[in-house]
Every structure is written in C-alpha cells, then in structure tokens.
Design a binder for this molecule. Structure first.
Ligand code: BG6
Length: 505
C-alpha cells in the first residue's frame, strides 16, 4: 500500500533546466502513484518575474508526455506557487516565510519542509544561512536540504561549503544528489553482489583479474562551456559518479541495508583507494584527452562556445585505480569517461581470472576458453550479461563462448522509476542511503585533488581524440601495459531479444 507523504517543497532555481526536465516530471509521477496527494505544496522561486499562471504553463509543458487525465493535471498544478526571489536579499525570505506558513496551514503539511537547491553552487551557502536566520526552518516537522552537484571544486572549497551548510543543517538533514545513485542498475549492484553466492564468493583478488567501468557520452559540452571548462571530466564525472560506482563495487558487505550501514562501508571503500602522490604516479595511471572535430560541420572542444581557445581541460579521462586492502590488493580497476565518444553507454565489466589450467585445445580451433565476464549494463541497456564457455555442439572438445543475458525489456524499463523520482521519494521519506555523505565527498576530493594538482604541475596538452571514438590511444596503452584490453562487447539486443536469453549461435 502506498502512503501519502506530506511536505512543502521549495525549489530554488524553479525556472531552470533541471527543474523543467527532471523535477516537475518526477513530482508528477510521484503524484500519479499516490506518494504525494492532498498534503503537499511546491513553491518555485527564481529571479524571473513569473506569475503562478505562467508557472503552471511551464510545468504543464514539462509533464505533457505523462498526462492521461487533464483533471488530474489541473489538481496537481493547483499545488504549485511561484514567487520571484533574489537569494541574496534578506527581505525576500520574509515573503517566502509568509507563503510557506500559509501553505503549511492550507494543506496541513505538519511543518515538513524540503528545500531543493537546483541552482549555481555559489548560492548554496547563502541560501542555507538565510533559511535559518530568517526562520524558515520549522520546529515541529522535518527540514531537509537537497543540493545538486558540484559539491565544491576541490577538498578545500567543499570543506568550506560543508561548514557553511552545517551552520544551518546537520548532516542527517543534508541530501547531496548524485543522480547515478538513483539509477536502477546502480542500486542493483548490491543485490547482484550480496544475494548471489556465485558472485559474492568470488568477489576478491583471488578470482577477479580486473574491473572496468565505462561512462561514455556522445554529446559534447553543449551550452555548458563555461562550467565545463573550469571543471573537466575528472571533476564533472569521476569525482562523483565514477567513484560512487566504484565504492559500491569495492565495499565490504554491509551489516544491513540500512543507509548508515551502507554509507559507512562506502566510506571505508573510498578510504582504501590509493592516492597518487607524485606527478609521475599520476602520469602512469591517468590519461586525459580532449575531443577534436571529426568533420567540418562539427566543433572540436576548443571551438565550443565559452571554451578557451587554448583550453587544456580534459573532456575524457581514463585511469587505473588501486584499492589497497586485503580483498582487492593487486586488482586494477580501470575507469573511463568522456564526451563525444562513440556511444552513450554506462557499463561495468568484471573480468574473472582464467581457470588454473586449460585442458581444452587452443590451437587450430575457432574459439578458445575465455575468462568469464560479468557485465552490469547500467544504461541505456539495463541488466546483466555473463560470458561463459561451453562445449561446441557436436563431436570433439572444442569450446564455444556463450553469453547469457538478462536485460530488462522496454516495458519494464519504461515503468521503472526515473532516478530523480526515486531520489525525491527517498528524501521525502527520510532515507539517505542513495545520497552522498560528507565523508564520501571528502574522500573523493582527496583522491581527485592529487590528480588535478599533478596535471596542473605538469602543464601539457591532453591527448587529442577524434569525436566519435572511444578516446585517445593512450587510454588503450594504459591497459596494454598490464596485458589487458578495454572489453568492447558491441552487443545490442536484436528485435525480440531484449529480455532474458542465451546466445548459443
Ligand atoms: C552530469 C554531468 O552529472 O551527468 C554531465 O554534469 C553529464 O556532464 C551527465 O552529461 C550524465 O548523466 P547521464 O545520466 O545522462 O549519464
């Protein structure tokens, strides 16, 4: 049974892209499912002078694909209010407080408040201060602050920001979004690991040869040139999404699925990542690249709007990460992510070791016994594949490599909640499991800062890679040195095959 939750959402940055693309549709889905119903209200604020009516039009537009009953949409919209607001102006918080109290009363919200900061991070601190100073935090209900990334740009700025937020909110009230933690298959990593003996028993350096994590994108920097040129792929993707995925792969089994237990294991996992302390170590283990155009109609990174013409910012990173603990000593974790790559895909490959001795023929045969690989497809495919060896049908003892797939079909995927929907509901229900704890942020920056500092110390251009490829050659060399290769499956479901099946061709 679904229980209705009651809360007032105040969205700072209500006119922005994130609110339009993600937040309003997610709220509408929660509404349709009954997680919010009569006892909720939303105040949208931003600098622009919008009326409530215009605000409603914008929301209608953002949820138009989800509407199956106009009356339902109408009632949903009636819970939304807009006020124009300058976050630095103390006076504006007086009006915000007045409206919050009025809505609290009108919808019986029990003083429950969620403040969503969907705007530039330089305002996070001042908003948190003002919310407290101007008495927008209630005594009787819960007060929760949701913040978007980036959480600082290095350890120092992140610490400062955290200290500022902590003046008004305690750690339990701060929900730091990493939308990858809201993805179905990222949440599934723990289920695969901890509910399957065949994986959990082998999940260590005795049986695993290497682990590869790829988050590739086909888009360039689009209209975010100014933000991106200051940050690059390392800060934009590795510090958060990649390291969060890594923590889930590396962590020890938590005592329970309680958020505190999982987070404390993740913190330990992040603490065990080896820090590269010299530029030489960084050079040996990390590669950065920058895309160039592959044809006249396309822009290379340096031609993108708001990007410096001599920019050294990386749009691609590949790295080899060591995890210094008993379980993982000696197993390399290879990660890569970048813009303008060949495919938009996120997947993890866990490559197991060869059997101790191969008794099958490996000469004069079509296929030889290959190491087992467990692939976790995160997006756009969602599911798992397992590469196994079998005997080729017929006489003889030749090996046939097979793959077993469990891929969610389109209908299942379409019905599965979107990342922001899950995270909004978690915050509403007070479940911090899929948000990043401050200590995770702290450890991640510690790891990233070393790499960043080494790159700044050794200023040299990133390797070029042509857009539409999987990154520069140097990224392949990184693995070749260890006698590995990036595993490219090139597998996509054919019609009618996008579910559970085994490829025995
Ligand atoms: C964001 C980054 O955090 O993640 C973007 O800032 C990136 O640069 C995006 O495009 C990728 O998210 P997804 O869910 O599309 O893989």
């Amino acid at each position: 049974m679904i229980n209705e939750n009651s809360a007032l959402f105040t969205i700072f940055g209500a006119t922005g892209d994130l609110a339009h693309r993600k937040l309003y549709p997610s709220l509408f889905r929660l509404y349709k499912k009954g997680y919010i119903n009569e006892h909720f209200a939303v105040i949208g604020t931003a600098r622009r002078e919008w009326t409530n009516e215009y605000f409603h039009e914008v929301i209608s537009d953002s949820v138009k694909d989800l509407v199956d009953d106009p009356e339902q949409l109408h009632t949903f919209l009636s819970h939304f209010y807009y006020i124009s607001h300058n976050v630095k102006d103390a006076e504006h918080y007086v009006e915000l407080k007045r409206l919050s109290e009025e809505l609290d009363e009108k919808y019986s919200l029990k003083g429950n408040r969620i403040f969503y900061l969907a705007m530039a991070p330089q305002f996070f601190g001042v908003i948190a201060d003002m919310l407290k100073d101007k008495n927008l935090l209630t005594e009787e209900g819960f007060n929760r602050l949701i913040i978007e990334k980036p959480f600082g740009s290095d350890l120092e700025s992140a610490t400062k920001l955290n200290e500022q937020l902590r003046r008004s909110f305690n750690e339990d009230q701060i929900y730091r979004i990493d939308h990858y933690l809201g993805k179905e298959m990222v949440q599934n990593i723990s289920a695969v690991r901890f509910s399957n003996m065949i994986f959990e028993a082998l999940w260590n350096n005795k049986y695993i040869d290497n682990i590869q994590v790829t988050l590739s994108e086909t888009v360039g920097v689009e209209d975010r040139g100014d933000y991106y040129d200051q940050n690059g792929a390392l800060r934009d993707m590795v510090q958060n999404h990649v390291l969060q995925i890594l923590a889930l792969l590396v962590m020890e089994p938590p005592m329970s699925l309680d958020g505190r237990d999982i987070r404390s294991e993740k913190i330990k996992a992040l603490r065990s990542l080896r820090l590269y302390t010299t530029p030489e170590e960084v050079r040996r283990n990390f590669v950065r690249g920058q895309y160039t155009s592959s044809n006249e109609d396309e822009k290379g990174y340096r031609e993108e709007p708001k990007v410096a013409a001599d920019s050294q910012t990386e749009t691609f990173v590949a790295g080899k990460i060591h995890v210094d603990n008993f379980r993982w000593a000696g197993v390399p974790f290879y990660i890569r992510t970048g813009k303008k790559m060949a495919q938009k895909e996120t997947y993890i490959h866990i490559q197991f070791k060869h059997v101790a001795m191969n008794i099958f023929p490996d000469e004069g045969v079509e296929e030889v016994a290959e190491p087992n690989i467990l692939t976790i497809h995160i997006s756009p495919l969602e599911g798992f594949s397992l590469r196994l060896n079998s005997k080729r049908i017929g006489q003889g003892t030749e090996i046939k490599n097979i793959r077993m797939h469990q891929i969610f079909d389109e209908k299942t995927q379409a019905n599965s909640p979107e990342a922001y929907e899950r995270l909004l509901l978690d915050s509403l229900q007070g479940d911090p499991t899929n948000f990043t704890h401050w200590e995770e942020v702290e450890q991640s920056w510690r790891f990233i800062d070393n790499i960043r500092n080494a790159w700044d110390e050794l200023p040299c251009d990133p390797y070029e890679y042509e857009s539409g490829t999987m990154g520069p050659e140097a990224s392949y060399d990184l693995l070749k040195e260890d006698h590995f290769d990036w595993i490219e499956f090139n597998w996509s479901p054919k019609n009618g095959e996008n579910h559970s099946y085994t490829n025995m061709e």
